[in-house]
Design a protein around this ligand. Structure first.
Ligand code: 1HN
Length: 370
């Protein structure tokens, strides 16, 4: 829907030579007339520069593999093929204020430790040997596992497999951090961290559903989840169990948020992540909301209609939904599940009170979702 700007309450000045001279005079003093840009900078509703994009894993995988021979991990810092939205290349965004990329680590490889103001998350696409050390805690992650690297946490990664590379998807809030001019970066003074002896210690401490450690083991005051790794098996099982107990969401099928086990909130203050299950033959209704989302097809195949365009996807494909774009998802199979991993900037939208959501109605209109 396009709303007219030719109404009382919007800027509707007709330019003439005298005004154009005036604008030039203002420009000479680093100033300008608001009414020349008012309608553009205050749209009736969000006007993202980002467009929906689908990045096919079949296209990207051979190119990601090629980077193994082209650059050393230590020279590149991280060996990553980043995914950029056509109008957001200047800020390295895949959509909105979110960055994503495919990182590859060769067999036996390891990388130096650093930390930055941006928060990061990983979703493993292939390979069995990946590990990461996050603030001294060593995590081992496999296909479809999800892990977080909260902001300013030291982190370094590697692949202990003898013969197979590991590819994971990185998600970061870098464009957000840079939009706010808040970026800092440090290389670890010793280049590598000394990991604690216990692998996946946060999973051992916090991984058992609603059981919480009491006493020193449960001491935690950080603004992010004390649980750093979320393996695939219990995630998938949680979805299958939830599907037995409820119909799920009309817009997303059975969808669950990776949670901070202490607060029930999002895993980090700027980014949240979900895994959703589209049951065989399931097709969701359309909705739209503020906030950007990047998906990774964890399992199965299907399609999504995003801002009126259809995108067919299968395992490993990545796609994005810009803020306020209508979107709906469908599982292509009548017998197999489809699962979509996704991450988003919803915590930012909610904490700034920018969150809005609407459903489409049968008559082609739309209504707010409370
Ligand atoms: C980063 O630190 C990693 O640590 C991956 O693996 C991707 C993209 C931009 C900036 C920092 C990593 C990154 C990144």
């Amino acid at each position: 829907m396009t709303l007219s700007d030719d109404v009382l309450g919007r800027a509707r000045v007709t330019d003439n030579d005298e005004l154009r001279d005036y604008y030039e005079e203002l420009a000479a003093y680093e100033a300008g007339a608001l009414w020349t840009v008012a309608n553009k900078i205050e749209p009736w509703f969000p006007q993202p520069a980002s467009v929906p994009v689908l990045w096919r894993y079949a296209d990207l995988r051979p190119l990601v593999m090629r980077s193994l021979d082209l650059v050393k991990a230590d020279d590149a810092g991280r060996r990553v093929v980043m995914l950029t939205n056509p109008e957001r290349r200047d800020v390295a965004a895949a959509v909105g204020l979110l960055y994503t990329g495919l990182q590859i680590m060769g067999p036996g490889e390891s990388m130096t430790a650093h930390r930055h103001q941006a928060a990061a998350l990983r979703f493993v696409v292939e390979g069995e040997g990946a590990w990461t050390i996050v603030d001294g805690q060593k995590l081992k992650v496999g296909p479809r596992d999800f892990a977080i690297t909260p902001n300013w946490a030291w982190h370094e990664h590697g692949n202990e497999s003898a013969d197979t590379p590991c590819i994971w998807q990185d998600g970061l809030d870098i464009p957000l951090v840079n939009a706010l001019d808040a970026g800092f970066y440090e290389v670890h003074p010793d280049l590598y961290q000394e990991p604690g002896k216990v692998i996946n210690s946060s999973l051992l401490t916090y991984g058992a559903g609603s059981m919480r450690p009491v006493g020193p083991a449960g001491a935690w005051s950080k603004p992010y989840s004390p649980l750093f790794a979320y393996p695939w098996e219990p995630t998938y099982e949680a979805l299958l169990d939830a599907a037995k107990a409820s119909d799920g969401s009309p817009y997303d099928g059975v969808i669950m948020e990776y949670g901070n086990p202490l607060t029930g909130g999002s895993v980090m203050p700027t980014m949240s992540a979900h895994m959703q299950l589209l049951r065989p033959g399931e097709a969701t209704q359309a909705h739209r909301h503020t906030g950007s989302v990047i998906y990774n097809v964890a399992k199965g195949s299907g399609h999504s209609v995003i801002a009126g365009r259809r995108f067919d996807w299968s395992e490993g494909d990545i796609f994005c939904v810009p803020s306020w774009a209508w979107h709906e998802h469908a599982n292509a199979s009548a017998s197999e599940d489809a699962c979509l991993f996704s991450f988003n900037d919803f915590p930012v939208m909610r904490s700034l009170t920018f969150w809005r959501e609407e459903a489409s109605t049968d008559d082609g209109g739309h209504q707010p979702i409370a």
